[in-house]
Design a protein around this ligand. Sequence first.
Ligand code: DGT
Ligand code: CA
Ligand code: CA
Ligand code: ZN
Length: 569
Amino acid sequence: MKNLEVAELLRNIAELLEIQEENSFKIRAYEKAALVIENLSEDIGKVWKEGRLEELPGIGEALAEKISEFLEKGRLAYYEKLKKEVPIDMENLGKIPGLGPKTLKKLYRALKIRDVPSLEKAARAGNIRNLPGLGAKAEENILKSLAFSKSATRIPLGFALPHAEEIVARLRPLKDVKRIDIAGSLRRRKDTIGDIDLLVASKNPAAAIGAFASLPLVEQVLAKGDTKSSVRLKEGIQVDMRVIDEKSYGAALIYFTGSKQHNIELRKAAISKGCKLSEYGLFSNRTNALIAGKTEQDLYESLGLPYIEPELRENEGEIEAARQHKLPRLIMERDVRGDLQMHSTWSDGSNTIGEMARAAQEMGHEYICITDHGGNLPIANALKGAQTKDYLKDIEKANNNIRGITVLKGMEANITKDGTIDVPNRILKQMDIVLGSIHSGFKNPKEEMTKRITKAMENEHVDIIAHPTGRLINQRPAYDTDFDALLDTAKSTGTVLEINASPERLDLDASHVRAAVQRGVKLSIGTDAHTAESLKSIRLGVFTARRGWAEKKDVINALPVKGMLAQLK
Ligand code: DGT
Ligand code: CA
Ligand code: CA
Ligand code: ZN
């Protein structure tokens, strides 16, 4: 789909027009169209081919013509002309979070900043803090944003995992592969990964490596040695594979799972016991004998520790907790009994309520909550007040007709700029679950964002704050909030915070989950699925919960339906 590309084009045009101080109606028209297309659930290419561009809200003849030209030719003459007129590299500077055209214009006038390198140079040199209206805080934010843009080359967990699993599934049956596991940050279920690491036990490393390097998914073999190889997949991801003898497999799995910091701490623990730890095993200093190495359990045990789950291995207190036998009993995929956020054809989803419910029932869910968009969100085809009755009837119908699953009535309502909910209480009241979420105004100052969300939490109808930080992995950083204040209000109002399991969100992230768990704030896991297929991403939410040290008791949808509903306001 070219939707994001077209949205970016329109947004770039809006920014260029703003720098040129064009008429604000014109600028807003481009911005609005960008938002519409970004949130469109169908392929813009398809809409164009079917001649329906002008049916989209906010897209008139002139815009439709420009979008057509871009889709047809891959470029837009009007945009190229604008770019030539403006000496600033908006395409790249505009991608840096928090840098709007107004700021860029200032930076250009004062410091001749026209591209990313000149921006970085000026920020590092401390030249930005002295500009009127910018200051030290702005300079710091610019440096942070530059770091964010650089880290955006990492691969989202939900994209990498299926590729790794496919490789494992192809190699596992081979006779030269005795054991195989995903290792590295992917095994730790980090939200983004640098590369995929695989570990194999084999008596014939050459054969295992040969099979790996000739997999159909492989685009290029980057390195091929006796016991290790690196390849690049057609999807652009690098995969490192290491082959090791079975007697060292557990030690190697610990070593290559990492994190590096966790390993360093384990090595210290080994030294204090008069031993040496490497990827080959735990050895006695005195006799050089192998003490443990075949399994991870043996090895942790020999270090005087219980087994530590991979998601916890970040050297963030897990070794200390293990020593004191205070490790959490992490929630598991099978503990989750339902999915608390999804959309249907009643708003911007692609499947009917019945199709969503059937797919969820097949996955083994005991219940789901349909949470179509309500309120003032034309881009997501939000439900109008008058549709509520039929919407709820449709949910009831699915609930009655589909056996083995409870279908709950829900709505995802917007938190407006001042923190009110843009759906009337008489409608909210009819729902089993109301999600409150932010879909606009992401760049408001910290105090305002915090106020918006805490005010929404104080609404007696809002049960869950959906995607509470608004981050989109690699695309948009979390909006600025006082997260401790959010936790305080969540706690005092009994509002649940969502772990949005959608592969591009994972919001809350692990560190926020951990803070919520410590504060005793309850969590929910929801896929935010817009298709039946994406219901499967529920596991990404569970992984994130686990990385945040969450137990079954912390997550409301690990409860049976009655108990879960009893946890709400
Ligand atoms: P990534 O790929 O950037 O998301 O992060 P990781 O953790 O997967 O790191 P990677 O792929 O460089 O290496 C995989 C694991 O191998 C890492 O988690 C720990 C281990 N490892 C790599 N280099 C070192 C090292 O220099 N010292 C120690 N102790 N372990 C290492
Ligand atoms: Ca890695
Ligand atoms: Ca690696
Ligand atoms: Zn949403």
